[in-house]
Design a protein around this ligand. Structure first.
Ligand code: NAI
Ligand code: MG
Length: 365
């Protein structure tokens, strides 16, 4: 049977950018004979409006069954007044938690055509293509004890950095698997010089490396890593790091490359019975209420998220590369949504013009 894909467009510009991905999925079916069983459902505010919950149990069950989930974005001012328990973000959090998506993949990829857009020197970022794997379900954001307690005559804020060997092992394996599909180079970042969890992290990653002799493993203290990411990011291929350091490093790396409208992501869990990891793909950006409904949204982040699904869930790496090249071609041709233009007087492409241009570039490839 065909690989299955659950599409959750969500709110704001989510449905607008997802409509462009649908064009691409249709193209792969019609022109490449690569068909997916696609189902679509509600998440976030859209689900709340219909069901009174940001993620219906049936949708959750479907997400557990499919080969991959592709999500647009959730949230919007209309829902800001809602109780925390039914806020749109809770739908997304429930998906991540119940699918146990412990490895968050954030590529920092700089298309040559956008190298001028980066805040760094062109030669530092042009052609950049690295991947940060951030542990997503443990570490200091979840560790116990936590809280604000009274001690003597003042209060103390407490968080605990805590990693079990198995938590480190599984995210390390995800990173090595990725490295095998990419440049076979992995850099692990922690602070083993000052943190116990860092010492254990380094030990476990070194142990896992024995199962991946083809991958060249290096270790770096995370602060030095931050420096190296800004100085010469092209020295890296895959980086694996914990939840806290990964949060900071992936946001910093993202800004090497330009617009929020270009950034895809994937969150992976344990392998399913068919060997594929549980997977949720989504753009890094949110629902962008300031431009929703105006045909201004850049669909590339969502399109590139689908490219990640092709590569990491469906073993269609060559097709993923083809799609990424199509996006690159469109940018080089100067077809750009407003977020990718800084000169006045150029008419920006609409969301659907951008999607159509990517399909045309695929067709020509
Ligand atoms: P945002 O990412 O939605 O927007 C930030 C800025 O970037 C805005 O000016 C927006 O117009 C622009 N932008 C974002 N994506 C773009 C695209 N594809 N093309 C062109 N411009 C784009 O973040 P913001 O404004 O902080 O949050 C808006 C809503 O989205 C909130 O309700 C927030 O909770 C939600 N959100 C949802 C996320 C998700 O679904 N994963 C992630 C981040 C925020
Ligand atoms: Mg962050």
């Amino acid at each position: 049977s065909n690989p299955s894909l659950l599409i959750l467009p969500g709110d704001g510009i989510g449905p607008e950018v997802m409509a462009e991905v649908r064009k691409i999925i249709d193209w792969f079916g019609a022109k490449r004979g690569i068909a997916f069983d696609v189902s679509e459902d509600l998440v976030g505010g859209a689900a709340y409006d219909k069901h009174g919950t940001p993620l219906h149990d049936d949708t959750m069950a479907k997400a557990q069954e499919v080969d991959a989930v592709l999500l647009g974005a959730v949230g919007g001012p209309k829902y800001d007044v809602l109780d925390f328990s039914v806020k749109p973000e809770r739908g997304l959090l429930r998906l991540r938690k119940e699918m146990d998506l412990f490895a968050n993949l954030r590529p920092a990829q700089c298309f040559d055509a956008l190298a001028d857009f980066s805040s760094l020197k062109k030669d530092v970022v042009a052609g950049l293509d690295i991947m940060i794997v951030r542990e997503l379900t443990s570490g200091i954001y979840f560790g116990e004890p936590r809280g604000i307690i009274e001690e003597g005559n003042e209060r103390v804020g407490i968080n605990t950095q805590r990693y079990t060997e198995s938590e480190i092992d599984r995210v390390a394996r995800s990173a090595f698997e990725l490295a095998m599909k990419r440049g076979k180079k992995l850099c692990s970042m922690e602070k083993a010089n000052v943190m116990e969890s860092g010492i254990l992290w380094r030990e476990v990653v070194t142990e896992v490396a024995k199962d991946y002799p083809e991958v060249e493993l290096s270790h770096m203290y995370a602060d030095a890593g931050a420096m190296q990411l800004c100085r010469w990011p092209k020295q890296f291929d895959v980086i694996v790091t914990d939840n806290l350091f990964g949060d900071l490093l992936s946001d910093a790396a993202a800004m090497l490359t330009g617009s929020l409208g270009m950034l895809p992501s994937a969150s992976l869990g344990a392998p399913m019975a068919n060997g594929r990891p549980k997977a949720l793909y989504e753009p890094v950006h949110g629902s962008a209420p300031d431009i929703a409904g105006q045909a201004k949204a850049n669909p590339c982040a969502c399109i590139l998220s689908f490219a990640m699904a092709l590569r990491y869930s469906f073993d269609l790496g060559a097709e993923a590369t083809r799609l990424e090249a199509a996006v690159e071609k469109v940018l080089a041709d100067g077809v750009r949504t407003a977020d990718l233009l800084n000169e006045e007087g150029i008419t920006p492409a609409t969301t659907s013009e951008m999607g159509d241009a990517v399909v045309a570039a695929l067709e020509a490839s």
